[in-house]
Design a protein around this ligand. Structure first.
Ligand code: DQA
Length: 143
């Protein structure tokens, strides 16, 4: 029983990057938290972070048949990437889009998601707990 945790561009900088917006937790600590949480339900979390759109597309394509779900923070590609949207559409593994910050309280260019229409759902503005919530959804669903 596996989940894929995917983080897109600039999320490797969490902890230092605009902490007033994204919090002080590092990506490593967030990944550890989700991994430990899922482990108590016998789930393995595989995680990747990439600043490259094509690499994220490759990872999504390769996810087919391997995971119960994908927890995906696409960073700024959320608002721009038709290619990531097409990748998500091309697989049957469900994807939950997660954002640490409340994108709706921010600049208007963050209010739209190219990906949300092809995702199972979206979790926004709840900080790192959002990743856990997404994991919970997949684990409950497959219980
Ligand atoms: C983000 C929100 C995006 O608008 C932004 O580009 C990010 C992080 C979030 O987690 O709040 O890189 O996805």
């Amino acid at each position: 029983k596996r989940l894929l945790l995917l983080n897109g561009p600039n999320l490797n900088l969490l902890g230092n990057r605009e902490p007033q917006v994204y919090g002080s937790a590092t990506l490593e600590s967030i990944v550890q938290d989700v991994t430990n949480f899922a482990k108590t339900f016998d789930y393995v979390v595989e995680d990747y972070q990439s600043n490259h759109e094509g690499e994220l597309i490759d990872l999504i394509q390769q996810a087919e048949g391997k995971y119960r779900g994908i927890i995906f923070n696409p960073g700024a590609y959320t608002h721009t990437s038709i290619a990531l949207r097409d990748a998500i559409s091309s697989i049957s593994v469900p994807v939950i889009e997660v954002h640490l910050s409340n994108v709706h309280r921010r600049e208007s260019f963050r209010h739209t998601s190219m990906l949300a229409p092809v995702c199972k759902g979206q979790i926004v503005g709840l900080g790192s707990i959002g990743y856990r919530l997404a994991a919970t959804v997949f684990m409950e669903e497959n219980a």
